[in-house]
Structure formats: C-alpha cells, structure tokens
Ligand binder design. Structure first.
Ligand code: ZN
Ligand code: ZN
Length: 260
C-alpha cells in the first residue's frame, strides 16, 4: 500500500473539481491507494473545499482541516467555530496544518501563536491528531506543543526539513515526521540524513502538492501520483525495497490518522 499523507487537492489550484478528479485518477493509476487532502493554507475556505473533495472520493481520500500560520490573521471566533464543526465530520482525520512560519511571516507572529494554541486545544478536546507546519520558528513550535501537552493526541511534522537532532526531539516525544519530494533534490542532504536515521515506525511520505515536485518532474505542478518518486528515494536512502518502504509508511499513516 502507498499513501500520500499530505496533498492539497484544492480545486482552485487543480483547475476545478474535474481537475481534482483527474489528479485522483492519475494517482490511482500510479498505484497510490490513499491520500489525505489538507484543507489549510489557501485561505479559511480551503477547509470546506478539502472536506468536499474527500466526500466525493470516500474510498481513497480523507481530509484534514485547519488554519495555516500564513492565514492566522484571518481567524475570527466565527470561522474557528466553523472549522471545528467541520472537524467533527467523519471524513476529517486530523486538525491542521497549523503551527508557526517565521520565514514568510505572512501573519503577525503573535497571531500565529494564539491561533496555533487555540487549534491544539480544539484538537485535544476532539481527540484528533494534529499536522504541524514549522518553518524557522527556532524551537518555539516544539515548546508550544510541550506546553499544550499535545503529544499524546498524535503530532505529525509534515514536510520535515529540520536536522537529525530535531527529528530525535520529535520522535522522542512520540511524534512522527513526513518526508516530501525535497528528499530527491540535489540539495537534500540534510533530509536524506534524517531519512536514513529516523525510526522506521515514525516515517510518513507526502507530496505537499501542488508544490515541491520531486525529480524528475521539477518545474511542473506536483500531484499525489508523484509520491511514488518520494517512496522510491526514501527506500533507496534507507536501503530497503520500495514496496516494503511504502507498506511501512502506509502502516504508520494509518496508525497516526486512525484510518483502518
Ligand atoms: Zn506546510
Ligand atoms: Zn501543506
């Protein structure tokens, strides 16, 4: 089994509903068995769009909903309430992506912190795992996860770009890391070192499509079908068979999201 644990199958990016359906069909043809589409990062409305996409493909898709740190400035009591109402839908397997992004600083940092903590509490109240986006927060993301006692509910660092030491902090707390197509890039040495050393029961695979297209398709829009190239490279780096690697990552994904 092969799973893309993190893609943004947003109709506004993939050319409408039919464009999304075509990308899903190409993923099936490429041997992708399941996908999790992330309703976060394309404005508050991306959550509802992700849920709708998951409902249209219930055999192969689930959704996560959240408010991305880029969009923290959009938070209001009303749209957070709407988000949490969506989180109660059976198609929703996690809250997020959420976290801190001090690279782009698209929202003021204090708003990012407040909205992140708020969503962690909502996830805990609903017993949902969380998908974390952390970029250049200098350890603050980890500190907030500790302070909010988030680890027991399930914490996944998606598109993990940190070093081995940070990875060990995460898995030491019971967390998971998800590996994107950067692992295929020429400048992906740090990620390949992480991949080589991460415990096999904590690795997930993702595309983060439409971005981070793996080699050999760089320059094109990324899509879930290309998770096959991520799986291949991760298997190569770990020195295992690609089928075995895909199976192990899929088992981790199913355990993390409680998707039997
Ligand atoms: Zn992200
Ligand atoms: Zn993402």
């Amino acid at each position: 089994m092969l799973i893309d644990s993190h893609c943004h199958l947003d109709p506004t990016v993939f050319g409408g509903d039919s464009g999304v359906d075509d990308a899903v069909a190409r993923a099936r043809a490429a041997g992708v068995d399941r996908m999790i589409t992330i309703g976060s990062g394309y404005g508050f409305e991306s959550a509802g769009r992700a849920l709708a996409v998951a409902r249209r493909h219930p055999d192969i898709l689930r959704a996560s909903v959240g408010l991305h740190p880029h969009d923290a400035k959009l938070a209001t009591d009303d749209n957070l309430a709407a988000l949490y109402a969506m989180a109660d839908a059976p198609e929703v397997v996690a809250l997020g992506e959420m976290g801190l992004d001090f690279h782009y600083d698209s929202s003021p940092r204090e708003e990012q912190r407040v909205v992140f903590r708020e969503q962690l509490r909502a996830a805990r109240a609903r017993s949902l795992p969380v998908i974390i986006h952390d970029r250049e927060s200098a350890g603050e993301t980890l500190a907030i996860l500790d302070e909010e006692a988030a680890w027991a509910g399930g914490v996944l660092y998606h598109c993990y770009t940190g070093d081995v030491a940070m990875m060990e902090e995460i898995v030491g707390r019971g967390g998971y890391v998800s590996i994107p197509g950067i692992v295929t890039f020429k400048n992906g040495d740090t990620m390949r070192e992480v991949v080589a050393r991460a415990p096999g029961d904590r690795i997930l695979l993702e595309t983060d499509s439409p971005f981070l297209t793996p080699i050999p398709f760089r320059g094109r829009r990324n899509e879930p079908a290309y998770v096959t190239y991520v799986a291949q490279k991760v298997a190569e780096v770990r020195g295992v068979d690609v089928a075995e690697m895909s199976e192990q990552a899929a088992a981790n994904t199913r355990r993390f999201f409680r998707w039997d």
